[in-house]
Design a protein around this ligand. Structure first.
Ligand SMILES: [Fe+2]
Ligand SMILES: [Fe+2]
Length: 312
């Protein structure tokens, strides 16, 4: 029997302006995490259609149940990220084009690639989430706390549920495809696609969000782009466009923690990887406890203050 719980959330994005620069203390992180919101909508849409296709073929009832719960959690994530991005599009209408391009990339995968490829895609990318999101959740005091509470709470919820269902993608892949070799063989093409989609989102941010509101060059998270910009700036005959500064989203995070996350990403792609053995972020445990206690997790940082009349 699966332990996954389906939790419905409403982050009140329609209530008031959704800022692009949702954590003013870290514009590079604001931009990067906004790109994650766009990616999540497309990726999770693909997962939903993939699970609908694959569940009827799964003969092990426990795996079929896991796949169903996994699909439902991802459906909730996708819906919440759509609300977030809808808020951004209200403020920056050109981003609709960006969202269409991102979703179009995943619709193309659904239409043109095999079921096995999409299962490998899901298993590979989901396997990276626990080490990467642990890095982010372990640094919530700087990455999330100073920001817009709705956006912060959306990401915290999503990331802890990714930790909760960290084994689902691999379990389903192993049940249906059962080839570590195939999964590893497909990894380069899968991660190239992930980077391509994030690049589409970041190009859209540069095109459609005014520099004074995004503050950074959204594309500067890509080393190849930074190198190209340098060449464009210094070599004669090249066209150079200044798109903003290039700070790193994780500059304030400990190098050791970043390297641990990187090692976790590499480990997640190895044969026989079992996410059950991963180190988990402490915040995930706290979040599940607070949720079970009835705390308003859609306002992670402000709910306790308002419950106490703003005294705590
Ligand atoms: Fe998700
Ligand atoms: Fe997931």
């Amino acid at each position: 029997m699966t332990d996954l719980q389906i939790r419905k959330m409403n982050f009140a994005f329609a209530d008031h302006h959704v800022p692009f620069l949702w954590n003013e203390a870290n514009p590079a992180w604001s931009s990067m995490s906004n790109a994650v919101s766009f990616l999540a909508i497309g990726f999770e849409k693909m997962i939903l259609s993939l699970m609908r296709e694959v569940i009827p073929t799964i003969t092990d009832p426990a795996i079929a149940e896991e796949a169903d719960a996994f699909m439902r959690q991802e459906g909730q994530h996708s819906a919440a990220h759509r609300q977030h991005v809808r808020g951004l599009i209200t403020s920056y209408p050109g981003l609709q084009e960006t969202l269409d391009e991102v979703v179009g990339e995943f619709d193309r995968l659904s239409a043109e690639t095999s079921l096995n490829y999409r299962l490998a895609y899901t298993a590979d990318l989901e396997a990276t989430f626990t080490p990467v999101f642990k890095l982010m959740l372990d640094n919530e005091a700087t990455l999330f706390q100073p920001g817009d509470d709705r956006v912060a709470s959306l990401f915290i919820w999503h990331f802890v549920e990714e930790v909760e269902h960290r084994s689902s993608g691999l379990k389903i892949f192993n049940e249906v495809v059962d080839s570590e070799f195939y999964r590893m063989q497909m990894a380069p093409s899968i991660f190239n696609h992930v980077l391509k989609v994030i690049m589409i989102a970041c190009e859209g941010f540069n095109d459609h969000v005014p520099l004074e509101e995004r503050q950074v060059d959204a594309m500067s998270m890509f080393a190849r782009y930074r190198a190209k910009q340098k060449l464009n700036k210094w070599l004669p005959g090249r066209t150079y466009t200044y798109n903003g500064t290039s700070p790193r989203a994780f500059d304030g995070l400990k190098l050791g923690e970043q390297l641990t996350a990187l090692a976790g990403v590499v480990r997640s792609q190895m044969p026989g990887h079992n996410p059950d053995h991963e180190n988990l972020p402490a915040l995930a445990g706290d979040w599940f406890q607070r949720y079970d206690d009835g705390y308003d997790v859609t306002r992670w940082y402000t709910a306790s203050a308002s419950a106490n009349g703003g005294k705590s």
